[in-house]
Design a protein around this ligand. Sequence first.
Ligand code: GLV
Ligand code: MN
Ligand code: MN
Length: 412
Amino acid sequence: MTDADRRRSDTRELLEDLATLDWFGRDASGGFTRLAWSKELLDSVQWAAGRMRDAGLSTEIDAAGNLIGRWEEGEGQAVVIGSHLDTVTSGGRFDGALGVLTGLEVVRRLRAEGLRPCRPIWVVAFMDEEGERFNSVMLGSRAFVGEAVPADEADRTDAQQVSMGDAMRTWGREFSQISAAKRIDEVHCYVELHVELGPVLEADGLDIGVVSDIVGLIGLSVTLRGVTNHAGTSPMAGRRDALVGAARAITALRDNALASTTHMATVGSISAAPGGANAIPGACTFSIDLRATNDSGLQTARSSVNAILAEVCESEGLTSTVTETYFLNPVPLDSQIADIISRAAEQEGLTHKSMPSGAGHDAMLLAPHVSTGMLFVPSVAGVGHAPEEFTADDDVARGAATLTSTIRALAT
Ligand code: GLV
Ligand code: MN
Ligand code: MN
C-alpha cells in the first residue's frame, strides 16, 4: 500500500462527514448558506456536536454560539483545533467546515492509536467567522479570546430587519451574556486547517501551505446622499444621483487598488433608494472591504477611500457618511508551530511552502494571545466564497495527515 493509498483509506470517515454536512444549508445555486444564528447553522452545529460525542468528546455550545468539543486528558491548558461551520451566502463546501471536521478526524485518529495527550485537546467551531449577516465578522472567536463585543452589534439588522440580539435568542442565547464565552485563559495553542481559497498552491504544484501571517481587514459601510427626482422630467445636467456617485467611487477604488502593491479593495454589496426604475436614486449604500498585509498598507488604503469619496461627492453634488463595520489587524503566526507543521508535512512526504493568507480566519483573533499556526490545502482554480469552491479528496487526506502529526507533536 502506498502512502497515498493509506491516507485515502484513513480519510473515509472524514469524507463521509463532509458529505453529511452537505445536508445543512444547501441552496439552489449548489452552494451553502449557513449564516450566523440561522436554523441551518444550528442544525449543522447540533449534528457536529453529535459527531464529537460519537468520538468521545464532551460538548458545549457557549454563550457566543461556539461549539466546543473537549477531550479532557492530561493537564493544563488545551491544544485547540478550530475553524467555523458558518458560510457566506451561497458559499463553498470547504471554507471553515474542512477545518472543523478535520479537527474532529484528528481526535478520532489520536484516540484510535491510543495516544495519551499531556494536555487536553479541544475542537472548536466558531460562530459567525464570515460576519455576513450582521457585519459582525469573527464574533465567536472575538468573544472566545475575551474581546469586548460592542453593544451596538446586538442592534445590527440583517436583510429581513431581524436584529442580531433577536437572532441569538432563537438559539437561546442573550447578547448581554456574550462575555461568558471567554476561554482564552484555558488555551495553550491554536491550530487551524483551511482551504487556501486562492490559486497559489495549485499553481505551484504544492501539497501544503504553511501560513506565515494573515492580512488585516477593514470593513466600511458607505452611504452617499443626493436628491431623488423624476427619471423623465429632471434634466440630465445637474442631477445629484447617488448611484452614479457610487459607480464612480467603486471604479476609482478598483483602479487605486490595481495600481497599489500593498492593498486590495472590494465592493461586495450595494443598494439604492428609493429603488424604482423611474426615479433618480437619492441615496446609495455600499460596502467596502480593504485588505493589506501590513499596518501601513491598511492605513494607505483607508486614506485612499477618503480621498476618492471626497472627489466623487464634490463632482456629483453628494454627501457621504462612512461607518467602520470591522477592523482586524494583520497578524504574524507563530514560527515554531509553522516549523512543526512543515516537519509534519515532510514526514508524510508532502511538499510545502510558507505563504501569507489573503483571507481572514479565526486564527487571527487567537494569534495575539497564544501560539497559533495554520495550514492550507489547495483549492481547485483558487475559488473561494462561491459554490464552485473545491478541494480534491487526496488533498483533504494530505491535510488530515499533516494536521494529525502536528497535533500529536503539540499534545505529547
Ligand atoms: C473570510 O472568509 C474573509 O472574508 O476573508
Ligand atoms: Mn470564508
Ligand atoms: Mn473560512
